[in-house]
Design a protein around this ligand. Structure first.
Ligand code: NOJ
Ligand code: MG
Ligand code: MG
Length: 398
């Protein structure tokens, strides 16, 4: 994307700044375009180079899985040098590490899952690997630790004694990691990331809502929240923003993965806002309206047809679209006609009995009130107009 596109003549400045808290995973810019049917199309993008590019294009943070940075079989000496050099690259580029995570899905040893695998040795290894990834993240300054259980699932339900056993194993693991967090005084907040399927046929904890039900059953629920991903909920045909809103309302929106996705397909991880700009608009509007102050993490990658230059275009595009939609959200909020309609559709007529908190007398009043349904039906709900005004804002004619 050329520099001239950074500015919009009519209004906004769409240059990302640190206060926007835009972050990318090493695995996103580093994605080499491999898919189940085809090999890599782009050369390896070394982590320290990724950090420099992120610094240049105005991103604020970089996230990583343990093995995005440190090869799984590195010696302690090799590990320490890699981490030292990476820290130096982050410092030089002015890029922070807000979030760390662990790969419990790439190595074949996790073919039957990690925390939920049948083999107790695999479960123990998964815990050890996660604790080491927590050590690594803490060393780099991360305060959010994401757990995505990509392999925590099945192809056939024959392979677990009972499905609720998997939930118990997962709980045991997260409880253990919370204890480790406290013992080490790392101060992490864990963010659990749901996905309905892929790479497993079915993954336990298929949606953010599943995790919101699971978290209160933990020993330290206050330490654990969610990391909803746009693509993952959209794969399940759900309204992503609604899941985010519920997480927010529960005080559990610890992190967010922004990308895009066409429903009913494999996990596409498309550039943010590229497939469903209207859904992306409602999401950005929600995050900005509630003043969410966590990282805006883009968990996506460039098209497989792209070369290295295209990877930078992709990354710039994610941030640019977010900022454009943020500007549109301001415009929507400031639009008199839109706000008047919103006010009118929620206004109550003076005769309506108040039904806030329950009280015996309030309940009696409500029970004895006679509702005039015909009159209620006279109230207009001009949602066609409201939506068209939204489309006008989005398409830039308003
Ligand atoms: C890779 C997955 O594709 C992504 O969705 C997830 O957020 C990260 N790993 C974290 O584990
Ligand atoms: Mg993700
Ligand atoms: Mg994804």
């Amino acid at each position: 994307m050329s520099k001239k596109n950074g500015k919009n003549a009519s209004s906004g400045n769409y240059e990302p700044r640190p206060e926007h808290k835009f972050s990318f995973g090493l695995w996103t810019l580093g994605n080499r375009g491999r898919d189940p049917f085809g090999d890599a199309v782009r050369p390896t993008f070394p982590p320290n180079d990724i950090v420099h590019v992120l610094g240049e294009i105005g991103a604020w943070g970089v996230n990583l899985h343990d093995n995005d940075l440190v090869p799984i079989d590195a010696t302690p000496k090799e590990r320490d040098k890699i981490v030292r050099d990476f820290r130096a690259a982050c410092n030089e580029s002015g890029v922070v590490v807000p979030m760390a995570t662990v790969s419990l899905f790439f190595h074949p040893v996790f073919r039957d899952g990690a925390f939920t695998a049948n083999d107790p040795e695999v479960r123990a290894y998964a815990l050890q690997k996660t604790m080491r990834a927590m050590d690594l993240g803490a060393e780099l300054g991360a305060r959010i630790f994401v757990l995505w259980g990509g392999r925590e699932g099945v192809e056939t339900d024959a392979c677990r004694p009972r499905a609720d056993e998997a939930v118990k194993r997962l709980r045991e693991a997260v409880n253990y990691l919370c204890q480790y967090n406290m013992a080490q005084k790392y101060g992490y907040r864990f963010a659990l990331e749901a996905k309905p399927n892929e790479p497993r046929g079915d993954i336990y904890m298929a949606t953010t809502g599943h995790y919101l039900g699971f978290i209160p059953t933990l020993d330290h629920p206050e330490m654990v929240g969610v990391n909803p991903e746009f693509a993952h909920e959209t794969m399940a045909g759900l309204n992503f923003m609604h899941g985010v809103a519920q997480a927010w309302e529960a005080g559990k929106l610890f992190h967010i993965d922004l990308n895009d996705q066409y429903p009913g397909r494999y996990d596409q991880d498309l550039r943010f806002g590229s497939a469903n700009p209207k859904s992306a608009f409602w999401l950005v509007k929600f995050l900005e309206d509630v003043a969410y102050d966590g990282p805006r993490h883009f968990d996506a990658h460039a098209y497989r047809t792209e070369n290295c230059e295209g990877v930078t275009d992709f990354a710039r595009g994610c941030m640019r679209t977010y900022l454009i939609l943020k500007e549109k959200a301001d415009r929507w909020n400031a639009d008199r006609e839109i706000q008047t309609i919103l006010k009118e559709v929620s206004a109550a007529s003076p005769s309506v009995p108040k039904n806030g908190r329950y009280s015996p007398t309030g309940a009696q009043t409500l029970l004895s009130h006679v509702f005039n349904k015909d009159a209620m039906m006279q109230k207009r709900l001009p949602y066609e107009l409201l939506d068209q005004l939204t489309v006008d804002v989005l398409l830039g004619v308003r």
